[in-house]
Write a protein that binds this ligand. Structure first.
Ligand SMILES: NC(=O)c1ccc[n+]([C@@H]2O[C@H](COP(=O)([O-])OP(=O)(O)OC[C@H]3O[C@@H](n4cnc5c(N)ncnc54)[C@H](O)[C@@H]3O)[C@@H](O)[C@H]2O)c1
Length: 416
C-alpha cells in the first residue's frame, strides 16, 4: 500500500500530532511554522528528515496527501480552505472556525473540493469514552435523554515553562480564550456516544480573578462556563468549556431511559454502569464498576501515544477515511465540526447577553448560511493585526495586574 505523505503546521501540537502519523507508517515529509523558535521546536521534536518551511503557501507546494493544522486555535479556517483549493486532505485541531462567517466559508469551500475534512477531536477516543460509546450502541441504556461532559484542567498558574510553551505573548489566544470556546473536548465525546447534534445553546460563566503576584497575561476573569444544549434528538447536554476548578479530570455521563454510564472522576479509566433492577440486561448487575481497556491489538500502539492513546487512534481514523475515500463519521465530519464551533461562539454570545438561548444554525440550509455569512465577531487578536470585537468574559474590563504583566514580560518574554 502506498505510504501517505503528511505535512504538519505548528511547532508544538502540530509536531506532536505528526509523530502519531509516523507510528502509523506514514511519511511526515514537510513541517511549517512561521516563528523561528517554534520551527526549531517542531524540528527537534520530530527528529526526522523533514522539509522545513516558515511560509504556509510555500509549504503547500510540497508534494503531500494531507495536512495537519496545529496553528492557532481560532485561525484554522483560512489554512483549511487553502488546503481544499490544492486538493489536500485536512486534519484540523480543535475548533474548525473562529467566527460564524468562517463556518459558512469553510463549508462552501469544502463543497467545491474533493478533500476529506477531519476534525481532529481526540477525547472521544480516550479508553473510557470508547467504552461509553460501545454501551450506548448496545442499546441497553434505552433512549438517551441527558448527558454531561467536563473538561477540567486546573493549573497552579504562573509556571514559567508552561507559559513559555503555551501562551508566550500577550495577544496569544490562550490569554483571551472565553470559557465556552474550547468546547470540543467536553462536547465531542457526548456527540460521538449519542449521535446527537446541538440545536440550541445557552451558557453561564463563573468569575474568579487571579490576584496573586505571578507572571500572567491572562485577560479572562472566568474560571468556567456551564453550557446547556437541546439537541436534534430531543436530548439535553450539560457541559463545561475549558474549565479550571480544583482537581483535574475529564468526566462524562450518559443517561438513558433504562440506565446510565459514567467514568468515575479521579479513578483513572474506571467506569460505572448502572441499570434499574427491572431493566438490567441478562448477565449484568444493577451496579457494574470496571476498568475500560483498549482492545488487545491497540494496547501497544496506544501505550506510546499522547492523551492516554487517544491521539494515535484519532490519526488512524483519518487515515482510514483517506484510504477508503470517504468523509468521516459524526462528529468528526465538517458539519458537526462547524456545529461544535457554533456552540462555542453562540454559547459565549448567550453568556454576554443575559444567558439567552441561541439556535445553532443548520448550515446545510442556504438561508441559515446567509444569516451568518458576514458575522465576524471575535474575542481574539488575529495574526493579521486585527483586534477583538467583543469581550472575552463576564467582566469586559478585567485584565492582569501591573505586577503580573511585569513578571510576564520579564520571565516569559524575557524582556530586559
Ligand atoms: N487535542 C488536544 O489535546 C490539543 C492539545 C494542545 C493543543 N491543541 C490544539 O492545537 C492547536 C495549536 O496549539 P498549541 O498548543 O500547539 O499552541 P499554539 O497555538 O501557540 O501553536 C500554534 C503554532 O502554529 C504556528 N502558526 C500559527 N499560524 C501559522 C501560520 N499561518 N503559518 C505557520 N505557522 C503558524 C505558531 O507559530 C505556533 O507555533 C490549537 O488549536 C489547540 O487548540 C489540541
Amino acid at each position: 500500500m502506498k505510504r501517505l505523505k503528511i505535512g504538519a503546521v505548528g511547532g508544538y501540537r502540530g509536531a506532536h500530532l505528526a509523530k502519531n502519523f509516523m507510528l502509523l507508517n506514514c511519511d511526515v515529509v514537510a513541517f511549517c511554522d512561521f516563528r523561528p523558535d517554534r520551527l526549531e521546536m517542531g524540528k527537534n521534536y520530530l527528529n526526522a528528515d523533514v522539509a522545513l518551511y516558515d511560509d504556509f503557501d510555500k509549504f503547500l507546494e510540497h508534494d503531500m496527501d494531507a495536512v495537519i493544522l496545529g496553528n492557532y486555535f481560532h485561525e484554522h479556517t483560512a489554512l483549511a480552505i487553502k488546503c481544499f483549493e490544492r486538493g489536500l486532505h485536512v486534519f484540523s485541531e480543535c475548533i474548525s472556525n473562529g467566527t460564524m462567517a468562517e463556518g459558512v466559508e469553510l463549508l462552501r469551500a469544502h463543497e467545491k473540493s474533493n478533500s476529506i475534512y477531519f476534525l481532529a477531536e481526540n477525547y472521544p477516543q480516550m479508553v473510557f469514552n470508547l467504552e461509553m460509546q460501545k454501551v450506548c450502541k448496545s442499546g441497553t441504556l434505552g433512549r438517551i435523554l441527558y448527558a454531561e461532559g467536563e473538561y477540567n484542567h486546573p493549573s497552579p498558574g504562573g509556571v514559567v515553562s508552561t507559559l513559555k510553551a503555551l501562551s508566550y505573548f500577550p495577544e496569544h489566544w490562550r490569554n483571551h480564550l472565553p470559557r465556552t470556546y474550547y468546547v470540543t473536548h467536553s462536547l465531542g465525546p457526548l456527540m460521538r456516544a449519542t449521535g446527537a447534534t446541538p440545536k440550541r445553546v445557552s451558557a453561564y460563566c463563573v468569575a474568579e480573578p487571579e490576584i496573586r503576584d505571578i507572571p500572567s497575561a491572562r485577560c479572562v476573569i472566568d474560571r468556567t462556563a456551564v453550557i446547556t444544549t437541546q439537541n436534534d434528538d430531543g436530548s439535553v447536554f450539560n457541559f463545561t468549556g475549558c474549565t479550571t476548578y480544583g482537581a483535574h479530570h475529564n468526566a462524562y455521563r450518559i443517561c438513558g431511559t433504562e440506565g446510565q454510564i459514567e467514568n468515575v472522576r479521579g479513578m483513572g479509566d474506571k467506569v460505572l454502569l448502572r441499570y434499574n433492577e427491572w431493566s438490567k440486561p441478562e448477565g449484568m448487575d444493577e451496579v457494574n464498576f470496571y476498568d475500560a481497556v483498549y482492545s488487545e491489538e491497540d494496547k501497544k500502539l496506544t501505550s506510546v501515544s499522547g492523551h492516554g492513546g487517544a491521539d494515535v487512534i484519532t490519526a488512524r481514523m483519518f487515515i482510514d477515511c483517506i484510504r477508503e475515500g470517504r468523509q468521516p463519521e459524526h462528529p468528526f465530519d465538517i458539519h458537526s465540526a462547524v456545529a461544535m464551533s457554533s456552540v462555542a461562539i453562540l454559547g459565549h454570545r448567550s453568556m454576554l447577553n443575559g444567558n439567552i438561548p441561541y439556535d445553532i444554525p443548520d448550515f446545510h440550509n442556504e438561508d441559515e448560511r446567509k444569516k451568518y455569512e458576514n458575522d465576524r465577531e471575535t474575542p481574539f487578536y488575529g495574526t493579521d493585526g486585527s483586534k477583538p470585537t467583543i469581550p472575552n468574559g463576564s467582566d469586559p474590563d478585567y485584565k492582569p495586574t501591573e505586577t503580573q504583566m511585569k513578571l510576564y514580560r520579564e520571565l516569559v518574554m524575557e524582556e530586559k
